[in-house]
Design a protein around this ligand. Sequence first.
Ligand SMILES: [Zn+2]
Length: 146
Amino acid sequence: MSQSRQQLGKAERELIEAAKDAIRSRYRDEWQEVGAALRTRSGKIFTGVNLDAYLGRMAVCAEAVALGRAVVEAGDTGIDTIVAVRHPPPGDKDRAINVVSPCGACRELIFDYDPKARVIVPNGKVTAVVPITELLPNKYSREAEG
Ligand SMILES: [Zn+2]
């Protein structure tokens, strides 16, 4: 575990609960299974759920929906911290709603909007907060480097 990883504080636990509440209230099997919550630089919390689609490439991640709400509703584009959680399938009572890592595309999106964003990720049996830069080394760039 690198030095940049931090344990969760009250603010991070509050964000995880917001993401869990979002997917708990909007869960639909195979359509809405992931919830996300982000805290903007101005301190507001926005939540989202994923939009799955029959045409897979039209699917939208929960993180993107949360960011879209922050942009539209508050004009906030800075991300202090973001987290996603996955709801287990119906009937799977052994699994809880757990924190999941953002997909590769979301890592790009988070970095684009706030290169200093922090992301809450599963880290073995605990949960940790890591800088987005740690999750996205050698980020894609249109510019040639060097
Ligand atoms: Zn994603």
